[in-house]
Design a protein around this ligand. Sequence first.
Ligand code: SAM
Length: 201
Amino acid sequence: MTKLSIEDLDKRLAILKLSKYPGLLDELAAASDTLHIFRNWTPLKLVALSYVVGPYLRIIGGLEKSKGNVESIYIDLFAGSGINKVEGAESLIAGSPIVAIDCANTSPKKFDKMYFVDLKEENIQALYERLTLLSERDEFSWIGGRCKLIIGDANRAILKIRKELDKIKYKNYLAFIDPYKWELKWKSLEKLLEIPMGMYS
Ligand SMILES: C[S@@+](CC[C@H](N)C(=O)[O-])C[C@H]1O[C@@H](n2cnc3c(N)ncnc32)[C@H](O)[C@@H]1O
């Protein structure tokens, strides 16, 4: 197992601050007045997400090489507006949709589809503005046409997403589930986990 160093944690925080792209975080923040003020554990969840996306996509990419096409899907059921401000701090950090997209940039295999769900229309509208801006940059142009934004309750959205995914034969998904409390019903989680991945002979 690789030993993680404290410098690696710095790298993770740099991902959340989009430090690789000078000025981009402020540009995305300015695309809408909507951003979230969150408690100070929010960056920790996003650091966890940043650890998962790259390795996940590399595994799916490897599977694709040996077995053939596999659609890889990212599902963010409580997506927010794309930009967060941590309570009591001046600085901004990227929200889960943008962290997932940025981490996918490190892998040759990208997400083929991304679903972003939020109950609040203003969050989805702000996220739409931010993803549009992001897709206009060369490094992120691959997201064009791959993002599906859904305004509504995550429990209902799962049914809709499932119906769409049922049409794809070989697929794999990564879901990030980040509610405030208990907004996701157990039955809905079961529906998500039941999505068949397809079988190779
Ligand atoms: C903890 S925040 C998520 C933050 C986001 N993942 C990020 O990194 O910026 C929870 C989000 O869930 C949304 N939400 C609350 N209830 C919901 C529901 N039943 N279905 C979908 N979204 C919901 C809120 O509007 C809020 O944006």
